[in-house]
Design a protein around this ligand. Structure first.
Ligand code: SAH
Length: 359
């Protein structure tokens, strides 16, 4: 019999669960507080529950067993990166960044990723499985506990495509913003997608008040399809139509992420085409110098090119920011630490003798 994922339950679901077990209603509230507010990792820590109940829960339910495998702190800007292990060989990355307004965590939503963007380390090693809501919450609780500081901002921009794990992500969003749980504000949550168009329409209907980031990275299908295989399913026009509908339905501004890659998507022509396509939309463009990933050949656009690209967009009425790169000394870009770990664990063929070696 599979165990119940109790950490992914809403308070209402917990109440039904407690009622099924013949427990009084207040037990559900106690459980919710241990799971969502305090983020305990073991039933034995739930001190105000009777011992028998704690033992029954341990037998029938599970909590994500999340341990810190690696912790890296940037000497440059205080960014902290965690590689968490959820099960044997199941590594999940999250990064905590320090801003003037407080701590922000970038969490992973899947174990690996199916999307295969050519510049992104998350694609390395392929897709393993979806993360549950309780596992996404565990990323925040673990980092928060380790740092001893409250994390009030969350970005779903780590490994994985959040809109390819829609049900679990939606559940996560409801739990993370529950006032009896972590109590985050939806306004302090950003969700980044590579452009899973049908789910953008679904998300618009939820009217959540979060910030939607769309990883655009190119103004046309020729360049975008070469960088991002998802574009072969939903092209630029279709994606931008969904984005316009999203802004109209939610009155929320979309943040377009545009990774600047030397000689690939950073020409004047690209800037003008981009400005043209985004004309009149409630949006903002975030230019990100590509983070060099060991496995790819891409190089950052030069500073002068970045400035010119940004100016061209601004002259055409767009608001633009250039993202500050944080944690560069600790490989803080998506999936880099996990890719390294998986690579190190892979059986390797030694060139000298052709024998298999453990890395
Ligand atoms: N799947 C989602 C979220 C994960 S990626 C998405 O595609 O939006 C989070 C952001 O980091 C995306 O904008 C992605 O394109 C960007 N990114 C990935 N690898 C990068 C790299 N090497 N340099 C700069 N940005 C990168």
């Amino acid at each position: 019999m599979s165990k119940t994922d109790i950490g992914s339950m809403t308070l209402l679901e917990l109440q039904a669960f407690a009622a099924d077990m013949g427990l009084p209603k207040y037990r559900a509230a106690q459980l919710f507080s241990w799971l969502q507010e305090k983020g305990v990792r073991s039933f034995s820590d739930m001190q105000n529950l009777p011992k028998v109940l704690r033992e029954t829960l341990a037998e029938t339910c599970f909590l994500p067993a999340c341990t810190i495998d690696t912790k890296l702190c940037s000497a440059l800007d205080g960014t902290t990166k965690y590689l968490l292990e959820f099960g044997p060989g199941e590594y999940v990355e999250c990064v905590v960044m320090r801003y003037k307004y407080g701590l922000s965590i970038c969490i992973s939503t899947q174990l690996g990723c199916k999307m295969g963007c050519s510049f992104c380390a998350s694609a390395i090693g392929g897709f393993k499985r979806q993360l549950t809501a309780s596992e996404m919450l565990a990323e925040i609780h673990t980092a928060q506990k380790d740092l001893g500081e409250r994390i009030a901002h969350v970005v779903l921009m780590g490994t994985g495509e959040p809109l390819d794990n829609y049900e679990n992500v939606l559940r996560f969003l409801h739990l993370a913003t529950d006032e009896h749980g972590l109590g985050l504000s939806m306004r302090h949550i950003s969700l980044s997608t590579c452009g899973v168009v049908p789910r953008i329409y679904d998300l618009a209907k939820e009217r959540l008040g979060l910030t939607l980031s769309v990883s655009l990275h190119a103004p046309n299908d020729a360049i975008r399809s070469a960088l991002m295989p998802v574009n072969r399913t939903w092209g630029v026009e279709e994606l931008l139509r969904a984005c316009r509908a999203y802004t109209q339905q939610t009155s929320r501004r979309i943040s377009f992420e545009y990774t600047m890659i030397d000689g690939v998507n950073d020409s004047d022509a690209c800037a003008m085409e981009l400005a043209d396509k985004l004309h009149g939309m409630l949006c903002h463009v975030n230019l990100i110098p590509v983070n060099s990933v060991r496995e790819t050949q891409y190089k950052k656009s030069r500073a002068q090119r970045l400035r010119r690209f940004s100016e061209l967009l601004e002259q055409r009425g767009l608001t633009v920011t250039v993202r500050r790169t944080l944690g560069e000394d600790i490989d803080a870009s998506c999936g880099q630490l996990r890719a390294k770990k998986l690579d190190a664990q892979k059986p390797q063929t030694s060139p000298e003798n052709g024998r298999l070696q453990r890395g």
